[in-house]
Write a protein that binds this ligand. Structure first.
Ligand code: AP5
Ligand code: MG
Length: 209
């Protein structure tokens, strides 16, 4: 089974994907994580990617697609239950992935802008296991220390106000049109303004899992 997790920055795609991994045995593939790993590798491509990500701009198709395809092949995605989080993010990507992305459903998570900005500006992430926290909504037991492995949490460089604004604009202009590209029966739209348990249960119900 292949699910696409779609939605603006901060809507909770990564958070719900982690719940699906722990509770429903899915593998989580995040294009944002793939790009951040490329940045961390220090490669020439990673340096170009870093500039785009920190300014809140989407990465062009010719950089994104080869990285994603290589990653999917490496994990043998056709024989696994996979959540693809953050792809496609443009009509160009939707069109260009027709041949290899034979997905079951696209889940479009939706929340109001105030919620998104609040969630992003108070997000803390574990560098070791990727666990995602929020200062108020989902705080760690001990301030800025991961509950799972004790690592020191960090805030993402693209969670600064200017970059958040740019990411939300990029989503509106480039990603949202993707929703009308696919057949309506494959697109499931979900409200994600509520707490993560409520949103997770809503997703499970609509997918009949
Ligand atoms: P990516 O890493 O995918 O970032 P994003 O889409 O901007 O989304 P986020 O990861 O910021 O938010 P999320 O929806 O996962 O929310 P989260 O679960 O963390 O991409 C980063 C960049 O890479 C892009 O800007 C672009 O430059 C590039 N890129 C990636 N894919 C690309 C592509 N296909 N093409 C081109 N460029 C690409 O939750 C956010 C916060 O809210 C957390 O604090 C969490 O604890 C909290 N929270 C979540 N859900 C709830 C809830 N229900 N209630 C209360 N709090 C909640
Ligand atoms: Mg994410």
């Amino acid at each position: 089974m292949l699910l696409l997790f779609f939605g603006p920055s901060g809507v909770g795609k990564g958070t719900y994907a982690r719940m699906f991994v722990e509770r429903n045995g899915f593998v989580h593939v995040s294009t944002g994580d793939i790009l951040r790993a490329e940045v961390a590798s220090g490669s020439k491509l990673g340096k170009e990617v870093e500039k785009l990500i920190t300014s809140g701009k989407f990465v062009p198709q010719e950089m994104m697609n080869p990285l994603l395809k290589a990653y999917l092949e490496k994990i043998d995605y056709k024989h696994k239950k996979v959540i693809l989080d953050g792809y496609p993010r443009s009509l160009e990507q939707a069109e260009g992935s027709k041949d290899f992305l034979n997905f079951d459903y696209l889940l479009s998570f939706e929340a109001n802008e105030k919620t998104l900005v609040d969630r992003l500006s108070k997000r803390w992430t574990c560098p070791k296991c990727g666990e995602i926290y929020h200062e108020i909504n989902i705080p760690p037991k001990v301030k800025w220390i991961c509950d799972k492995d004790g690592a020191k949490l960090f805030q993402r460089d693209d969670d600064k106000p200017e970059a958040i604004k740019s990411r939300l604009n990029e989503y509106k202009s480039k990603a949202e049109p993707v929703l009308n590209y696919y057949p309506k029966k494959k697109v499931l739209r979900l409200s994600a303004d509520e707490d993560m348990e409520t949103v997770y249960k809503r997703a499970i119900k609509v997918l009949k899992l």
